[in-house]
Design a binder for this molecule. Structure first.
Ligand code: PMT
Length: 412
């Protein structure tokens, strides 16, 4: 089973870096926000992409091509006639897995809408068959102008994706919609767009639970645990990158929602159960990586519990919380996690049967680099047919892909 899945993995792409093996053409047009494109370019490279930058002559008045040349190690094309390759726009367009235009000015949107090609960016956009993502940046009045509205509707109807613009303080000092989306959002939108275009999970709905729960003791205290939600969010990103519609039911955590992922915030096990009952009505898979509390205070105090001067301690009566997985009837392919500190196999196999799971992902939360709050995890998967698969220590994102491969194998 592992062999077959590893072969499928290499066909789908790089599981360590989300944009590994992808060629991205980055078009930069003449906006004050062009300086942010350098950060975007760097983030695309960090995500594993090969980036080829093309610029308009207005863009080079804001940022020099040398900046992008240094970041990518490749020539930057501004003038197609000065490029090393003949027909440079055709070659860049053909090589690209996606074209990202960031920032895109109102003028750029107008040219794209009517198919005019006064510069290398619009030439490439017309020549490519790869999906196009546009991140506009302009003054709010320009963004709201009927001409710009019409242009973006035209582009949307042709399948062009948009990210932003965001609301906030603009270069003019005015507040409004027109700020370039943050580079991290643009990378997220690109990954989501590539997933929708060619992912193997397109059309699937995957529900992931993430993070801890907080069970109130009184209005200022709670019972919780060390889960940060990183494992669940990594699974959600991997599923989004493969084209799935992803719903995350998240306990109280500090992580930003990955672009394109739907999020339902909850605090207690009762709320998590209720949210999952709704979310799993039409899901193809439920992946429970959350760490819900097994017990909660029987009667949370209405007001802050005071420390009496003569008190030596405080006894809390706890009652058992419902087991979410055992209570939920379906959800599609059912995947649980087992967070253990000893006898990993024994406890994992008991939970696999008791919670009616297709497989369970067991992690030793005391092992270095594994469990709570880490970027990596070392897991063992126990299947309902008795198969056991051990994995090396790897990024939580790579663990997410390994889980999704096994979910997809169940559908097949
Ligand atoms: O969030 P991170 O900081 O990245 O940490 C990741 C993690 C360690 C939380 C994650 O990898 C993990 O192990 N999640 C499961 C935590 C847990 O609650 O394990 P458990 O062995 O107690 O529960 C077994 C399964 O039953 C889990 O899928 C759990 O979500 C589920 N459960 C637990 C209690 C409950 N009342 N209802 C449940 O459905």
């Amino acid at each position: 089973m592992t062999d077959t899945i590893d072969n499928q993995q290499s066909a789908i792409g790089n599981r360590q870096l989300p944009l590994g093996g992808r060629r991205i053409a980055l078009g930069v047009t003449g906006s004050i926000a062009a300086y942010k494109a350098a950060d975007l370019c760097s983030k695309l490279r960090q995500a594993g992409a090969e980036v080829e930058v093309i610029m308009t002559s207005a863009a080079v008045r804001f940022v020099t091509p040398l900046t992008f040349q240094s970041l990518t190690g490749r020539d930057v094309i501004v003038d197609m006639f000065a490029a090393r390759e003949a027909e440079a726009h055709i070659e860049v367009a053909r090589r690209a897995d996606a074209l990202v235009i960031a920032p895109a000015t109102a003028d750029c949107l107008a040219n794209l809408a009517v198919g005019q090609t006064p510069d290398m960016v619009t030439l490439t956009a017309l020549a490519t068959r790869a999906p196009i993502l546009v991140a506009p940046a302009m003054d709010a009045h320009m963004w709201e102008h009927p001409a710009t509205r019409a242009n973006r509707e035209t582009l949307r109807s042709r399948g062009v994706s948009f990210v932003g613009p965001n609301e906030g303080r603009l270069a003019t000092g005015r507040m409004g919609a027109g700020r370039l989306a943050e580079p991290v959002e643009i990378v997220g939108a690109l990954r989501a767009m590539l997933g929708r275009a060619s992912g193997d999970l397109v059309g699937r709905v995957i529900v992931v639970s993430a993070g801890p729960t907080q069970e109130p003791i009184d209005p200022v205290r709670f019972i919780g645990n060390h889960s940060t939600g990183k494992m669940g969010f990594a699974i959600a990103e991997a599923a989004r990158d493969r084209g799935a519609r992803v719903v995350v039911v998240a306990g109280p955590i500090a992580l930003e929602t990955p672009y394109g992922v739907e999020r339902v915030d909850v605090k207690t096990v009762a709320q998590m159960l209720a949210a999952l009952q709704v979310a799993t009505r039409e899901s193809d898979a439920l992946i429970m990586s959350a760490a819900p509390a097994d017990f909660r205070p029987e009667s949370p105090a209405e007001h802050k519990i005071k420390k009496a001067d003569d008190a030596q301690g405080l006894t809390l009566a706890l009652v058992k919380n419902p087991d979410i997985l055992a209570t939920l009837p379906g959800g599609g392919v059912r995947v649980g996690f087992a967070a253990e500190t000893r006898d990993l196999a024994g406890y994992a196999k008991t939970k696999l049967a008791a919670k009616r799971l297709h497989f369970i992902v067991a992690n030793d939360v005391t092992a270095a680099g594994s469990g709570f709050g880490t970027e990596t995890n070392q897991v063992t998967i126990f299947h309902d047919d008795g198969q056991v698969e051990e994995f090396p220590l790897q990024s939580k994102y790579a663990v997410g892909h390994a889980i999704l491969d096994r979910v997809a194998a169940r559908w097949n």
